[in-house]
Ligand binder design. Structure first.
Ligand code: TYD
Length: 211
């Protein structure tokens, strides 16, 4: 699956955690070291998955139940793996993804209450035994994140309308994932100035991946 040295890194976290900004910083940093980097996002990132993304993020919050949402997320993920992530890794490029399966665990699992065992069944079907080499989870208070998300350009997505309790469960879910898988995940306090969080992310990548 991976060419020599290629790594798959995922950034995770709730709404307004700053994932896309920190992916940009991290990609710039790695490129500065001479590493070829492909960045992508979920849901979406490949032509087929972007079509599915539109179904997921537009429309009323009740448009899909948790199971349908999870199935669509994994359909989009499969397409992204087949068309973008796996080909890049095979060529030795590093891939950084804005969200991956931990978002399904946190949002559809902890947030909506879908059984985590069912999510793992879907994972095995769609992804197999492929897992990220390293996952950065950006953690910040729900109110701060939702406020940040509300002020950025673009219309609010379906998920921002689920209410504070939902997003609280999502945050708790991410924290539990980080605690359960310390070898893969690092939880970073993102309730700090951008430069501070940037330094924390780069330090974590340095510690884990040696770059
Ligand atoms: P996006 O605009 O990417 O949100 P953000 O900028 O906060 O990352 O919209 C994606 C939304 O989809 C986001 O609210 C989280 C949600 N989501 C899930 O619920 N499950 C998933 O598996 C994924 C990948 C995303």
């Amino acid at each position: 699956m991976r060419g020599t040295g290629a790594r798959f890194i995922t950034l995770e976290g709730g709404e307004g955690a700053g994932k896309s900004t920190h992916i940009r910083y991290l990609a710039e940093h790695l490129r500065g070291l001479g590493i070829e980097v492909v960045t992508t996002r979920e849901p979406g990132g490949s032509p087929g998955a972007e079509v599915i993304r539109k179904l997921l993020v537009e429309g009323p919050s009740e448009a899909w139940d948790a199971t349908a949402e999870a199935l669509l997320m994994f359909a989009a993920r499969r397409d992204l793996l087949v068309h973008t992530i796996w080909p890049a890794l095979r060529q030795g490029q590093w891939v950084i993804s804005d969200r991956f399966a931990d978002s399904t665990r946190a949002y559809q699992g902890y947030g909506h209450g879908l059984a985590l065992a069912e999510i793992e069944t879907l994972y095995r079907l769609a992804v197999g035994d492929f897992v990220p080499d390293f996952t950065v989870i950006l953690d910040l208070p729900v109110e701060t994140g939702l406020k940040r998300a509300a002020t950025r350009a673009g219309s609010e997505n379906r998920f921002e309308r689920f209410g504070t309790d939902f997003h609280q469960r999502v945050r708790e879910g991410f924290r539990q994932i980080a605690a359960a898988e310390p070898a893969r995940c690092v939880l970073i306090d993102a309730d700090a100035p951008l430069d501070t969080v940037r330094a924390r992310v780069l330090q974590a990548v340095r510690d884990r991946l040696g770059v």
